[in-house]
Ligand binder design. Structure first.
Ligand code: NAD
Ligand code: GLY
Length: 356
């Protein structure tokens, strides 16, 4: 088993990475948490694949387990889903000693974490990521969220999981596009912090090679940002490389473009913008594009949703905006990015420049 310690301003925990761990959660939860009641919080697709197996494993350890299942998809990352879960928790009289188990991708994790953070002013939750993206990114660091009609992730909390159990065997049922989504965040980690990691990714013959090591390296990079700045005031914001453009693409297209694909395109746009401004090292964008293509990710927005004005309006609502400014994460060289504020009034120009 690979264990990665996570230190945060809100408490420490561990990520445990092991094939088959999802089926062994009964004994692990008993040893770590005693005998809490457990609500498995998952979406309809993951429930079909793993819900009953995980529930059976927990029940075999004599734990009292129920399942809350919502329809799969970003469209359900809403207050309405959280409200339904809260009502069931209250109906079933869950208390502060009990546990929510987030089983699924980033949507399940963000929703379950948000629900855990506000039910009875906070109960414990654990993350069992079943997408590569959730394993290397969203299950670690305690950002929880729901989307609002006005923009993505506009409501949420910082609430750390008590533990993360990552079973890479669950990624076998992911379609190739979902694996690629995970690599968007993995490549992001290399670009913002570690050129050696980028070289490793450039050399890997196939995505399955040394997957556990890749997951571990990514989590360690993310963990360093989270430890330095848990509440996202400064350094942690570098993890948003590609996200301001990416969130605008997701919002404008009504989530027809997946989060990973949007981040991939967003990173290229940020890199082009850095190029145009003379900030980025020569051929950095080409290097980024080649790596994204290698892992099956798009590098260009295929169109739809409107022109730079529509995108600028969507980005103006981004969480990273305030006092008339919006902060972009721009690459300088492989392994180094810079937080760069721009006037919101210039957003349309910025989008046009980055799209050229
Ligand atoms: P997701 O949770 O919607 O999962 C993608 C799809 O894969 C869903 O349809 C899901 O049902 C399916 N799926 C999940 N596991 C599967 C499996 N093992 N086999 C087959 N299908 C499976 O989305 P995601 O891509 O995992 O995560 C994206 C979300 O995460 C976005 O909402 C994004 O904002 C959020 N996010 C949050 C953070 C954070 O720090 N909290 C970081 C990055 C992304
Ligand atoms: N995914 C960005 C963060 O966790 O800060």
């Amino acid at each position: 088993m690979i264990i990665v310690p996570i230190q945060t301003a809100q408490g420490d925990y561990q990520v445990m990475i092991e094939r088959g761990i999802a089926a062994r959660l009964g004994e692990i939860v008993r040893a770590e948490f005693g005998s809490p009641r457990i609500m498995i919080f998952t979406d309809s697709t993951v429930d079909e694949l793993y819900g009953r197996t995980v529930q059976a494993g927990l029940r075999a350890a004599n734990l009292d387990v129920s399942r809350f299942v919502f329809p799969a998809g970003e469209a359900y990352k809403t207050f309405r889903t959280v409200e339904s879960a809260l009502e069931i928790l209250a109906e079933e009289r869950f208390d502060r000693g009990d546990l929510i188990l987030a089983l699924g991708g980033g949507v399940s994790g963000d929703l379950a974490g948000f629900t855990a953070s506000i039910y009875r002013r906070g109960i414990r939750f654990i993350q069992v990521p079943t997408t590569l993206l959730a394993a290397v990114d969203s299950s670690v660091g305690g950002k929880t969220a729901v989307d609002l009609p006005q923009g993505k992730n506009l409501a949420g909390t910082f609430w750390q999981p008590s533990a993360v159990y990552c079973d890479p065997d669950t990624f076998r049922t992911l379609p190739p596009q979902r694996i690629a989504d995970g690599y968007a965040e993995i490549i992001k980690h290399g670009f913002i912090a570690d050129e050696d990691y980028l070289i490793h990714l450039e050399k890997l013959p196939c995505w399955e090679d040394s997957l556990e090591t890749t997951i571990e390296r990514s989590i360690r990079i993310k963990a360093a940002f989270v430890a330095a700045d848990t509440l996202d005031r400064n350094e942690r914001r570098k993890l948003n490389f590609g996200h301001t453009f990416g969130h605008a693409i997701e919002t404008v297209t009504g989530f027809a473009v997946s989060h990973g694909a949007a981040v991939a395109i967003g990173m290229v746009m940020a890199s082009r913008l850095a190029d145009r401004l003379g900030i980025a090292e020569v051929s950095l964008t080409e290097r980024l594009e080649a790596l994204l293509r290698k892992y099956g990710l798009p590098t260009e927005f295929a169109g739809g949703g409107g022109g730079s004005e529509t995108f600028a309006r969507a980005a103006a609502n981004d969480k990273k905006s305030g006092a008339g400014k919006i902060t972009f994460v721009l690459p300088v060289r492989a392994g180094e990015v810079r937080l760069t504020p721009f006037d919101i009034a210039d957003l349309q120009k910025i989008f046009a420049l980055a799209a050229e």
